[in-house]
Design a protein around this ligand. Structure first.
Ligand code: AMP
Ligand code: MG
Length: 322
């Protein structure tokens, strides 16, 4: 993505030097406080905390997402039925918000066997965690406001409570509390300005503050206005770093969902629960997003590779004993 030099692959715990142990411990404290702070924010705003699942018949197709680079999909049988490891809990979120849990979040482990060459981006790992949230009857604007508030509270608190750790990591002064509201860019304008292939890398270099990008063609569950062709979805980009969140207002219209699944050539039989809920009018309008936790903490800590934020690093192409 945008690291000029290739980052070193983070080492297993038992191979760290004393200096590296100090650094890892500081990142670990940032992680603990980040998780506490964000989960507190969501709970205080009335969200329910759901525990994750790792095996399901239905998981995120990840297709067609412009960032997709999957080497292998993990699928096997249990009790005579096919299951897949969780790529994201989007389908579970849609079913759960529409029924029992109108505002929810999950710290959801995602397994995506990224191509080994992605180790060099410093932004990809093959097991990561999303703070995945969803709310009923919400708009993109509601998500923007919620996320902006959550990030500002987080950064303020970290700068106050973890001064020694941020100082050790050389981040106390560089890590600024962002101004709100964050700027919103339309992907089509960025393509005009920077070019279709380069806009993301170039924009990240130019950004001084986090910014929203909207209108990105991708999976069937993101809302698309069939009349204008505009997608009501968004990514959050962090300056000098890249994407930390993706989300959208969701598609809940049966006809549109079917049309998009067919257009994308996604296997309909893997999404029957959601399709049937939509058909019966039981799929509610929701909006949400997933925040990549290792990326968020990695940006805060100023790491070269986000696997530094993992006790047990999962850099693409690297399998450790632990
Ligand atoms: P997605 O819906 O695919 O955009 O995933 C949601 C968020 O998870 C992204 O915005 C990233 O912050 C994070 N994420 C996605 N893929 C990876 C990966 N391979 N490694 C680390 N974080 C990731
Ligand atoms: Mg994304």
């Amino acid at each position: 993505m945008l690291n000029q030099e290739q980052p070193e692959i983070p080492k297993p715990l038992d191979q760290l030097t004393p200096e590296e142990i100090t650094r890892k411990a500081c990142i670990g404290k940032l992680m603990t406080h980040t998780l506490k702070n964000l989960t507190d924010t969501y709970i205080n705003k009335g969200f329910q905390w759901l525990l994750p699942v790792v095996l399901s018949q239905s998981t995120d197709p990840l297709w067609p997402d412009p960032h997709l680079s999957i080497e292998k999909r993990i699928e096997f049988e249990i009790y005579g039925k096919p299951v897949r490891t969780t790529t994201s809990m989007i389908m579970h979120k849609l079913a759960a918000t529409s029924t029992v849990y109108p505002k929810l979040f999950i710290l959801s482990p995602n397994i995506r066997i990224e191509k080994a060459e992605r180790a060099k981006t410093g932004r990809h790992i093959y097991e990561f965690t999303q703070l995945d949230f969803e709310m009923v009857n919400a708009s993109s604007k509601d998500v923007f406001t919620l996320v902006e508030e959550a990030l500002i509270t987080l950064i303020k608190n970290l700068k106050q409570d973890l001064k020694p750790e941020l100082t050790t990591l050389g981040r106390l002064n560089d890590l600024k509390v962002p101004n709100t509201p964050f700027k919103i860019y339309d992907r089509t304008d960025l393509e005009t300005k920077y070019g279709v292939d380069n806009w993301e890398a170039d924009l990240i270099n130019d950004l001084k503050e986090p910014a929203w990008i909207t209108n990105i063609p991708r999976q069937f569950y993101d809302f698309e206005d069939f009349k204008t062709g505009r997608w009501d979805n968004y990514d959050l980009l962090l300056p000098q770093f890249g994407e930390v969140l993706s989300g959208s207002k969701r598609e809940n219209d049966y006809q549109k969902i079917i049309k998009k699944i067919e257009r994308d050539q996604v296997k309909k039989e893997n999404y029957m629960r959601i399709i049937e809920m939509a058909k019966d009018g039981r799929l509610k309008p929701t909006a949400g997003a997933g925040i990549g936790i290792e990326r968020l903490v990695g940006w805060i800590a100023g790491v070269k590779h986000i696997a530094e934020c993992q006790p047990f690093p999962r850099a693409p192409g690297n399998v450790n004993e632990l």
